[in-house]
Design a protein around this ligand. Structure first.
Ligand code: E4P
Length: 224
């Protein structure tokens, strides 16, 4: 299982890198826009530094043609490092770019996946990760759980090395369902982590345990 953060906000990446078993960071142009204007490659290099070499960084191309996507990928690899996973939209231009970039040995995350059709083509094209958009599918009345399950089945049946990196989550239940359906990895916004770990019931349980300890033994004193 891999848990990734879907943000470029450095204080959140530093914070949750210390809290959760973090496997990496994903970004896209919309996530970057939320951060406001910044020097893109300098910022991404800072994230890479926080993550270190063992955690994955996924950075998206912006070009609209295969040639422009490949040029974007080369720039990302040059300015950050050659281990970055290049996020490529799974359309005609993107699949063309994925085939070429895989030929060059580039790590690929095929993204903007809404259908089984897109995902199966990306698996066959050799994508290292495929990123189905779970909540966006749900909003379109597509059974996102069934799509993730179909990808897991196809990967097993074809003994493909592709991993499912499920994305676009609206709540914790979608995350756990994607994992139960066979996703090897999930990328979440900080809002999901906060709602999953900040439930009032958890806080109440901790408060109750503290009160019971103190009533029995007095104030806790392990930490000076
Ligand atoms: C992954 O990085 C995806 O681009 C992202 O999860 C999409 O999320 P959204 O549907 O909330 O925009």
């Amino acid at each position: 299982m891999e848990f990734l953060l879907d943000t470029v906000h450095i204080p959140d990446i530093e914070k949750y890198n210390a809290i959760i078993p973090l496997s990496g960071v994903t970004s896209n142009p919309t996530i970057c826009k939320k951060e406001g204007h910044f020097e893109f490659f300098d910022h991404m290099c800072q994230i890479r530094h926080i993550l270190g070499p063992d955690k994955s960084l996924h950075v998206q191309v912006v070009g609209q043609t295969a040639e422009a996507m490949i040029a974007d990928a080369h720039m990302i690899l040059k300015e950050i490092d050659d281990q970055v996973f290049i996020k490529v939209p799974t359309n005609e231009a993107g699949l063309t770019a994925i085939k070429q970039l895989k030929h060059e040995g580039v790590h690929i995350t095929a993204t903007a996946i809404y259908t089984e059709f897109q995902g199966l083509l990306a698996i066959q094209a050799g994508a290292d990760y495929i990123a189905p958009y779970y909540n966006r599918m749900a909003n379109m009345n597509i059974d996102a759980a069934a799509v993730v399950q179909a990808f897991a089945n196809a990967i097993n049946a074809n003994q493909a090395n592709t991993k499912i990196l499920a994305a676009s989550f609206h709540n914790v239940a979608q995350v756990t369902t994607a994992l139960a359906c066979g996703a090897q990895a999930v990328t979440m916004g900080v809002d999901i982590l906060k709602s999953g770990l900040g439930m009032p019931a958890i806080g109440q349980a901790v408060a109750d345990f503290t009160q019971d300890w103190e009533e029995n033994f007095g104030a806790h004193q392990t930490v000076a």
